[in-house]
Design a protein around this ligand. Structure first.
Ligand code: NAD
Length: 506
């Protein structure tokens, strides 16, 4: 980073070097809690992408990087994870300032989860099947065949603003673990922590292995997706953008993985522990002010317990500390931008217009010292139908839509009645029944009696229009590797090769 003015100015990182944008243009980065400009970030274009892809392409030719022994690469992954822990305070400061995520969560969860993912993959690659020998076979002579998994090449990584560092780690950890080289484009709303961690990682990696080009989706993101030397795109963001990316990537037949939107549904059965559900369901939707793709935004509650649960949730929601994300007591920070704030309020208005009832929240929350911040009060809406706009579209805010059910089959149908398929859950004391219901829910993750149950050794990803591909766990290595079969023949006498006789006469 070069401080050429106040506020600080963030360039690209290409071939290990801080690199100003060709156009010399910059975008303001705004703190969502205060509305103040906190930084300037490079407003890159296709020329910057070209430079970064060239660097990544050259770095990929480096055999020492590509074919590094797993034991050595494992040590490197441990170093990367430890770098995050050693610099957690600084990274968290940048993350909270730009994204509005609370310091309590970023320090207490995100930093640890990021390091843990590097450590998990550091162990996974030690016995990952990078090379497998098939049993000998006569075809018609004896051959040896190895099936190898190799790095895909230059990977373009495009991330969203809601958990900037976590989403970045989900992509670059497996990409580097498999020996790829990477060009990252972070969200233009939250680029600062990404810049810093890539700067830190570059002290450990060969030049050109991990590059960053900052800027907008339409210029930098699109140029990355269309670049002929980029072999894979890994994207986290909205379903709308994901569809555009898949279409654009088709031109060069890139490998694409997409982590997109969601409309998570949790079913609350009549025997559920309501004290637990009241707090757990709110944890499921209010964490990060509902700006999480796998939030529990729909709660499908049995009619016998509906009123009691809504009363308990309302009481708990009113106690959630909405405030300055840097305050260690804050449980819910601001919405990322004015645009996103207005979108959430419009969804709440549409719920009212369509006959649903706002039982708590539903309006802007004013926070002392953060008068220009975009805060929304924790909101619970009852009397919802699944076809109401707010109940079926992704709001991406602290808004819980409560639906009633009588019959469990109908509840499962309601949960599945969504274009999305990222997260689903069940609250009940009957875990045997819950596990059976879990098999019928159309979602990449199903959580029983809790929410956000991510673990770095379990795969995470979507079904339906929530995308495809899985992040985290050993399985994430599959999507950063290509499979190659290498066969070796041993017969040296051409006359003894029966297949040659198909062409030659001896
Ligand atoms: P977005 O789609 O607007 O932007 C995501 C990223 O894509 C940004 O870096 C943006 O600059 C870039 N981009 C935009 N247009 C592009 C284009 N045409 N080509 C290439 N890149 C482009 O999404 P957002 O508003 O930043 O993030 C919120 C969305 O992300 C929500 O829908 C949320 O559900 C989703 N999300 C999904 C997951 C998951 O794991 N499934 C995780 C977090 C967020």
């Amino acid at each position: 980073m070069v401080s050429i003015a106040e506020p600080p100015c963030y360039n690209h990182i290409i071939n290990g070097q801080d690199t100003p944008p060709k156009e010399n243009a910059y975008i303001d980065v705004i703190c969502p809690a205060t509305g103040k400009i906190i930084a300037l970030t490079a407003d890159g274009d296709a020329r910057d992408v070209d430079l970064a892809v060239e660097a990544a392409s050259t770095a990929f030719k480096n055999k020492d990087w590509r074919f590094m022994a797993p034991e050595q690469r494992s040590k490197l992954l441990y170093q990367l994870g430890n770098t995050v822990l050693a610099n957690a305070q600084e990274l968290a400061q940048l993350e909270v300032e730009a994204s509005g995520g609370t310091i309590k969560r970023v320090m207490g969860l995100d930093m640890l989860a990021i390091a843990d993912l590097f450590f998990t993959l550091a162990e996974s690659i030690k016995d990952y099947p990078f090379i497998e020998n098939l049993a000998p076979k006569l075809l018609p002579e004896q051959v040896n065949t190895m099936v190898v998994r190799e790095a895909v090449g230059v990977c373009g990584v495009i991330t969203a603003w809601n958990f900037p560092l976590l989403l970045l780690a989900w992509k670059i950890a497996p990409a580097l673990a498999a020996g790829n080289t990477v060009v990252v484009k972070a969200s233009e709303l939250t680029p600062t922590s990404t810049y810093r961690v890539i700067e830190l990682f570059n002290t450990l990696l060969p030049p050109g292995v991990l590059n960053l080009v900052s800027g907008t989706g339409v210029k930098v993101g699109d140029a990355l997706v269309r670049h002929p030397k980029v072999n894979k795109i890994s994207f986290t963001g909205s379903t709308r953008t994901g569809k555009q990316i898949q279409t654009a990537a088709a031109e060069t037949l890139k490998r694409v993985t997409l982590e997109l939107g969601g409309k998570g549904a949790a079913i609350v059965m009549p025997d559920a522990n309501l004290e637990l559900v009241a707090h757990g369901a709110l944890f499921g939707i209010m964490m990060n002010a509902g700006q999480a793709c796998e939030s529990a935004s729909r709660l499908i509650v049995h009619e016998d317990i509906h009123d009691e649960l809504v009363a308990k949730m309302t009481e708990a929601a009113e106690k959630i500390a909405v405030g300055n994300p840097f305050d260690p007591n804050t449980g819910m920070g601001p919405i990322i931008s004015e645009q996103q704030f207005n979108k959430i309020i419009a969804y709440i208005d549409s719920a009212r217009e369509q006959g649903a009832k706002i039982v708590c929240g539903g309006e802007r929350r004013h926070v002392a010292g953060c008068e220009n911040g975009y805060f929304v009060a924790p909101t619970i809406i009852t009397e919802c139908r699944n076809d109401m706009t707010h109940a079926c579209e992704e709001i991406f805010g602290p808004v819980l839509s409560v639906l009633k059910y009588r019959d469990i089959d109908a509840a499962i149908d309601t949960a599945n009645d969504s274009v999305y398929g990222l997260s689903a859950g069940i609250w009940t004391e009957d875990v045997v029944e819950a596990q059976a219901i879990a098999r019928r829910l159309e979602a990449g993750s199903v959580w029983i009696n809790d929410w956000h149950m991510m673990r770095t050794d379990a795969p995470f990803g979507g079904m339906k229009q929530s995308g495809y591909g899985r992040e985290m766990s050993e399985l994430s290595l599959h999507s950063y590797t290509e499979i190659k079969a290498i066969s070796t023949a041993f017969e040296r006498d051409p006359r003894k090769k029966s297949t040659y006789q198909l062409v030659h006469s001896f």
